[in-house]
Write a protein that binds this ligand. Structure first.
Ligand code: GDP
Ligand code: MG
Length: 308
């Protein structure tokens, strides 16, 4: 299956949710008036784009209607697509990993898909000819370390690990040291999504962050928050929480394949100004895709037929 078919298929439920609502409103469309705007806004909110972002989208639409360019339903639809693409394109969606080594810290609550996404990222970098080193800094459960080891073996990359209950910052320290001495291009560290309480977890992440600052002060670093798309608006709150203890540089939005709530990609990008950098559309190694705003919008609005 090609890239586009996969994202199209992965987004089918989200597309039904967003475009089903929008097209329903446009079907009964008579003229562009306040009632239409309100119904469209409701349809976007229902499709998990978030209240604030939905309001903003409709506000922009209203302005463009005022300019007199939009007269029929087809033009309203096209303009919505343009506005959503603009919103998704507002931040830079690419990773910045130019130093050798560079570091990716992967954070997020339990079960969102951190470990799986790390495996997918490792496979991607390896296929680009990069030397990858993983650090098993989720020491909360032995099973978490074993799971990452299994993935590391499958992908064919090295892993630094300690035992269950070890200090995660110490694991990161060893991983970074090993990465430097073994000439790794990319160091990727897993972290726990669950500690005894939230404050504990956040303190742990700050500590890990300080270790990287000290050991690799000049290295490029990405701190990627993994969000499970099926959680909808709760994911936006998670991004706020994590954003308080670490400087997030991007989002990996997983499980888009199983949910109608993919509209949160708009809420996250727009309300938090943190770009979505990857989307997960399945459990296999190649089910992680670079997030491309225009293709995403095309997959939503046309079921995948891009204009370009
Ligand atoms: P962690 O606790 O954050 O490390 O989460 P895991 O990586 O262990 O993943 C939890 C579950 O989510 C596993 O069963 C994964 O296979 C599944 N998962 C992760 N990413 C995706 C995705 O993009 N799509 C689907 N359908 N499942 C996923
Ligand atoms: Mg995990």
């Amino acid at each position: 299956m090609g890239f586009f078919d996969k994202i199209k298929k992965g987004l089918s439920k989200t597309r039904d949710s967003i475009m089903g609502g929008v097209d329903n409103v446009l079907k009964s469309f008579v003229k562009v008036d306040e009632e239409l705007f309100e119904e469209l806004e409701d349809a976007l909110i229902m499709a998990d784009l978030g209240v604030r972002s939905s309001e903003e989208i409709i506000e922009r639409l209203r302005e463009r209607v005022k300019e007199g360019r939009i007269k029929d339903a087809e033009e309203v639809r096209a303009e919505l697509r343009t506005i959503i693409t603009e919103m998704l394109s507002a931040c830079d969606n690419r990773l910045k990993l130019e130093t050798k080594p560079s570091v990716i810290l992967v954070v997020g609550v339990n079960g969102v898909g951190k470990t799986t996404s790390i495996a997918k990222l490792a496979a991607k970098f390896k296929s680009e000819g990069k030397k990858v080193l993983l650090g098993a800094a989720d020491t909360f459960r032995a099973a978490a370390i074993d799971q990452l080891q299994i993935w590391a073996d499958r992908v064919g990359v090295e892993l630094v690990k300690h035992g269950e209950g070890a200090d995660p910052a110490a694991v990161v320290f060893d991983t970074v040291r090993a990465g430097k001495s073994r000439g790794a291009d990319v160091i990727i560290c897993d972290t726990a999504g669950r500690l005894h309480n939230k404050k504990n977890l956040m303190n742990e992440l700050s500590k890990i962050s300080r270790v990287i600052d000290r050991e690799l002060p000049d290295a490029d670093r990405e701190t990627l928050l993994v969000i499970d798309a099926t959680t909808g608006q709760n994911g936006v709150q998670q991004a706020r929480d994590f954003g308080e203890s670490c400087e997030l540089t991007g989002i990996i939005l997983t499980k888009l394949d199983g949910t109608a709530k993919g509209g949160i990609v708009v809420a996250i990008t727009n309300e938090l100004a943190v770009p979505v950098k990857f989307v997960g559309v399945g459990e296999q190694m190649d089910d992680l895709q670079d997030f491309a705003p225009e293709e995403f919008a095309a997959a939503l609005f046309d079921g995948g037929e891009s204009d370009e």
